[in-house]
Design a protein around this ligand. Structure first.
Ligand SMILES: Nc1nc2c(c(=O)[nH]1)N(C=O)[C@@H](CNc1ccc(C(=O)N[C@@H](CCC(=O)O)C(=O)O)cc1)CN2
Ligand SMILES: Nc1ncnc2c1ncn2[C@@H]1O[C@H](COP(=O)(O)OP(=O)(O)OP(=O)(O)O)[C@@H](O)[C@H]1O
Length: 198
């Protein structure tokens, strides 16, 4: 029903995200890293998912470089079954472009991890609201991959990352939207209650 409105909101928010000037972006990546590392459930070990920032998304490189040594940083990989996999990636490791031109780790299928195997996931987003709802790129990738978190407690902890400018009054949430445990921007960290189990 609200598909048209959500698409209009996506266009407007993506333009807003891209318009943020470089010096503000650099400072924001630093602030974001501090907020992510200060979360009560910040990872101390295990597999941790980030993303390869594109289209003006807030960058995760500062956070990635400061992760505890016992964490394995991973990037999302599109899989034929419609759910994300996660591939370990360190600076210098080989990458390949996916169908949207986003770099993914160039690793064998058997090296990929499922959503369930992650300890902590930072999800990219186009927009968010004060109730912890997330508007993504529209592919439903994160929603499908982490649907199990509606009936299952963390881990994985699900944390949205965004510029504060990406906050809207309401993203007009849909029943399938992934529940966020927290939202970090350069300005704030918001913690949300777990989604009620059905
Ligand atoms: N950095 C990053 N990685 C990510 C996501 C994301 O939002 N950000 N995703 C979150 O789910 C997944 C990819 N999902 C995507 C869904 C739609 C489009 C898209 O519509 N892109 C173009 C069209 C160009 C094309 O598809 O070739 C666009 O900009 O309009 C891109 C990525 C996994 N990796
Ligand atoms: N748990 C699910 N099971 C089946 N289909 C789903 C599920 N979650 C989302 N979808 C499908 O994905 C489509 C896109 O959803 P939506 O517009 O909310 O994506 P998004 O959250 O913006 O994207 P992304 O998660 O990739 O960033 C929906 O139209 C819906 O049909």
């Amino acid at each position: 029903m609200s598909t048209l409105l959500r698409d209009t909101m996506r266009r407007e928010l993506r333009a807003r995200r891209r318009a943020i000037p470089a010096p503000a972006r650099i400072a924001a990546a630093e602030r974001l890293a501090e907020r992510l590392s200060s979360l009560p459930f910040a990872p101390r070990s295990g597999h941790v998912a980030g993303y390869w920032a594109m289209d003006g998304e807030i960058a995760l490189h500062v956070w990635q470089l400061r992760l505890p040594k016992s964490c394995t940083y991973c990037l999302p990989v599109l899989h034929d079954d419609g759910r994300l996999r996660f591939g370990p990636w360190r600076p210098g490791d080989a990458l390949v472009s996916n169908r949207h031109g986003i770099p993914e780790p160039d690793v064998a299928e058997r090296a990929l991890l499922t959503a369930e195997a992650m300890q902590f996931v930072v999800a990219p987003l186009v927009g968010f609201d004060a109730n912890g709802h997330r508007l993504g790129m529209g592919g439903g990738w994160y929603d499908r991959s982490f649907a199990f978190r509606r009936t299952q407690p963390a881990p994985p902890w699900l944390v949205g990352a965004a510029f504060a400018a990406q906050q809207v009054e309401s993203v007009m949430p849909e029943a399938w939207d992934m529940p966020l445990d927290a939202l970090c921007s350069e300005a704030d960290a918001h913690l949300f209650d777990p989604a009620p189990a059905d």
